[in-house]
Design a protein around this ligand. Structure first.
Ligand code: F6P
Length: 327
C-alpha cells in the first residue's frame, strides 16, 4: 500500500445518471472502512471552485442506494475549463486537507480531471456515470441499464396505443453522440427501424423499410430515433415521411429527461457498488489518473489517455440483429 490517503473527496459531474447515489455511497463507505475521512464536493467542479464541501459519514449516505439523481448535485462547469478556475479548486481542496479525489461522470468530467491531475499533485480516479454508455474502457456505464429499461417501458406503452390506432410512431431516445440506448431499447421494444448517430442510413432507406412493413401487413410501426441521429430528430423525420406519403397516421414521442431519473435497476446498483469500492481500493493500491471500468465481467483500471475522446462503439452484431428482426 502506498502513502496513506487521509482525506478523500468525492463528487458527481456532468449529466446525472441513475446509480450515481449508489456509487457515492460505495465510495464513502469504502473510504471510512479504510479509516479515511470522506468529503462530498457539491455541484461537481463548481462546488470545488466555490469551496462547497461537506464532510460525509457512513450514515449520511444511508437510504440513497435506491434513489435516482445525485445527493451531491451536479453541474457542467465552464470555469473549471480555465486555469484560474482550477487553481481556485485546488486551493479549496488543500484548505480542506483533501489528498485524493474520486469523480463520477462522463467524458467531459474525465477531461477536466486529466488536466487537473497533470497540473496539481493529487491522485484521482474516475467512475463512468452516464446514461449514454459511450465511454471506452468499460462495457457498461452507471445509469445506462436503468435509462434503457425506462425507454423500453415507454416503448411498450406506446406500442399498445400504436396498435390500437394503426399508427406509426417516432420515438426519440437520448444520446447526442451515442446510439446505445436507441439500439438496445429498439431491439428490446421490437422497433421496425432504429436510427443511430453511428450509422449512415438515408431517408430513402428508412422510407423503403416502412413501405416494406406496410406491404407485408404491418398495421402499426415504431421507429426509435437516437437524439443525435444524422438523419434528423423524431419530429423532423415524422414531418418528412408525412410529406412523402399520406398513408401513415404519424405520432411523435420524445422521451427526454425521464430517461435520466428514476430508481436504478439492480444492475446499476451492483455496478456502481463494485466500481465505488474499486475506486477507493485502486487509490490505496497506488492507482492514479485512471478510470474504473467493467470489462468481460471484471473490474479494470484504464489510463485516462485510453478513455478520453475514445467512444465505446456499438457492436456490429447488435445492428445486424436489429435489422433481421425488424422485417
Ligand atoms: O450525456 C447524457 C445526456 O442525457 C445525453 O444523452 C443528452 O444528449 C444530454 O445528456 C442532455 O444534457 P442536458 O441535461 O444538459 O440537456
Amino acid at each position: 500500500m502506498k502513502e496513506r490517503i487521509k482525506k478523500l473527496g468525492v463528487f458527481t459531474s456532468g449529466g446525472d445518471a441513475p446509480g450515481m447515489n449508489a456509487a457515492i455511497r460505495a465510495v464513502v463507505r469504502t473510504g471510512i472502512y479504510y479509516n479515511m475521512e470522506v468529503y462530498g464536493i457539491m455541484r461537481g467542479y463548481e462546488g470545488m471552485i466555490d469551496g462547497d464541501i461537506v464532510k460525509l459519514g457512513a450514515r449520511s449516505v444511508g437510504n440513497i442506494l435506491q434513489r435516482g439523481g445525485t445527493i451531491l448535485k451536479t453541474a457542467r462547469s465552464k470555469e473549471f475549463r480555465t486555469k484560474e478556475g482550477r487553481i481556485k479548486a485546488f486551493d479549496n481542496l488543500k484548505k480542506n486537507g483533501i489528498d485524493a479525489l474520486v469523480a463520477i461522470g462522463g467524458d467531459g468530467t474525465f477531461t477536466g480531471l486529466h488536466y487537473f491531475s497533470n497540473e496539481f499533485d493529487i491522485p484521482t480516479v474516475c467512475l463512468p456515470g452516464t446514461i449514454d454508455n459511450d465511454i471506452a474502457g468499460t462495457d457498461y456505464t452507471i445509469g445506462y441499464d436503468t435509462a434503457t429499461n425506462t425507454a423500453v417501458q415507454a416503448i411498450d406503452r406506446i406500442r399498445d396505443t400504436a396498435l390500437s390506432h394503426n399508427r406509426l410512431f417516432f420515438i426519440e431516445v437520448m444520446g447526442r453522440h451515442s446510439g446505445y440506448i436507441a439500439i438496445n431499447s429498439g431491439i428490446a421494444g421490437g422497433a421496425g427501424a432504429i436510427i443511430l448517430p453511428e450509422e449512415d442510413m438515408t431517408f430513402e432507406d428508412l422510407f423503403s423499410l416502412l413501405e416494406a412493413g406496410m406491404e407485408t401487413g404491418k398495421k402499426s410501426n415504431l421507429v426509435v430515433v437516437a437524439e443525435g441521429s444524422k438523419l434528423g430528430g423524431a419530429n423532423e423525420l415524422a414531418k418528412k415521411i408525412a410529406e412523402r406519403s399520406d398513408y401513415f397516421d404519424i405520432k411523435v414521442t420524445i422521451l427526454g429527461h425521464q430517461q435520466r431519473g428514476g430508481s436504478p435497476t439492480y444492475f446499476d446498483r451492483v455496478l456502481a457498488s463494485k466500481m465505488g469500492v474499486a475506486a477507493v481500493e485502486g487509490l490505496l493500491d497506488g492507482n492514479n489518473s485512471v478510470m474504473v471500468g467493467f470489462k468481460d465481467n471484471k473490474i479494470v483500471y484504464n489510463a485516462y489517455d485510453d478513455v478520453i475522446n475514445k467512444q465505446h462503439k456499438i457492436e456490429d452484431e447488435s445492428m445486424r440483429i436489429a435489422k433481421i428482426l425488424s422485417i
